[in-house]
Ligand binder design. Sequence first.
Ligand SMILES: Cc1cc2nc3c(=O)[nH]c(=O)nc-3n(C[C@H](O)[C@H](O)[C@H](O)COP(=O)(O)OP(=O)(O)OC[C@H]3O[C@@H](n4cnc5c(N)ncnc54)[C@H](O)[C@@H]3O)c2cc1C
Length: 297
Amino acid sequence: MRAMVFSEKGELAAQIATILRERYEIDIYTTSDSPLDSYGAKVVFRITGESLYVDNISNFLADRFKEKGYDFIAIGSSVMGREIASILSELLHLEAITEIMKLEEGNQVFITERFFFGGKTVIREESKARIFTFLPGLVDPMPVDSRSSKEEIKIDSPSTVNVVEKIEKPKGSVNLEKADIIVSAGRGIGKKEGLGIIQQLADILHGEVGGSRPVCLDYHWLSEERQVGLSGKRVKPKIYIAVGISGQVQHIAGMRGSKTVIAINKDKNAPIFNECDYGIVGDLYTVIPKLIENLKK
Ligand SMILES: Cc1cc2nc3c(=O)[nH]c(=O)nc-3n(C[C@H](O)[C@H](O)[C@H](O)COP(=O)(O)OP(=O)(O)OC[C@H]3O[C@@H](n4cnc5c(N)ncnc54)[C@H](O)[C@@H]3O)c2cc1C
């Protein structure tokens, strides 16, 4: 079987290639500049063009899929990747399954695994889907000895996207992956203002502030670049302090590499207490001021 792999993120394309190359012949398509020729693909196609957006990239990929007769499409699960998967599903009349963690072959079907019920369980399903988006961070990219051939493809067809204004994303404000100390806030802080106390604790420890998915993605109390977890950053600080975080698997997946984990949670049965070296059962608004007071001494 032959797979078409697409991601605009080099790292993610390399992860998917690492997962699939043992079982399938793969070609990588990417808009990224990252060198991807050592991840086992037959050909790495670098897509270039004046205005590359989801519509003209999807049109190109759909034509390529038909022309080259690939058996399925594997896409990195990012905002762009998921959008492209849905457009390809419509253009090619093929089912798509997003955010999968595992792909196997059954009898004329694919078997996939993905989180279900908000991450509380994993669903294993058989389907006729031929388009899949893969969660980031499932494996570390592993280079191989051989080299892929490389080709550059320019997309000339204009995008229907009309850019009204470009606003630069504030960047470089945090590099959580490099931080030695991280204080992470969970939904337990209850309100955005609760971040004040988290920041104070981080400052006194010369650390960075991170957060769980609800805090970063759902409530936007913190920027997405501070999200720790399966779909966020994988961090490995010397000290990770989880405040008001229940400890669901998807969060743990991002901080498992931490050397020492301290948890503060008012629920003594919270799963985070199975994952920490030191646990404090209590209300964060009582515990943290006491910690800060003592650290100041
Ligand atoms: C595909 C997928 C990917 C995901 N990726 C991620 C990811 O990358 N990162 C991530 O974090 N999640 C991720 N999630 C979501 C994950 O499943 C959980 O829903 C999320 O981690 C829960 O966040 P939380 O612990 O902040 O909130 P909750 O689970 O609501 O926990 C809040 C905790 O705060 C405690 N608390 C409440 N008030 C206080 C107080 N005053 N003092 C002390 N403790 C208090 C509570 O006892 C509770 O344990 C993902 C889910 C899916 C389906």
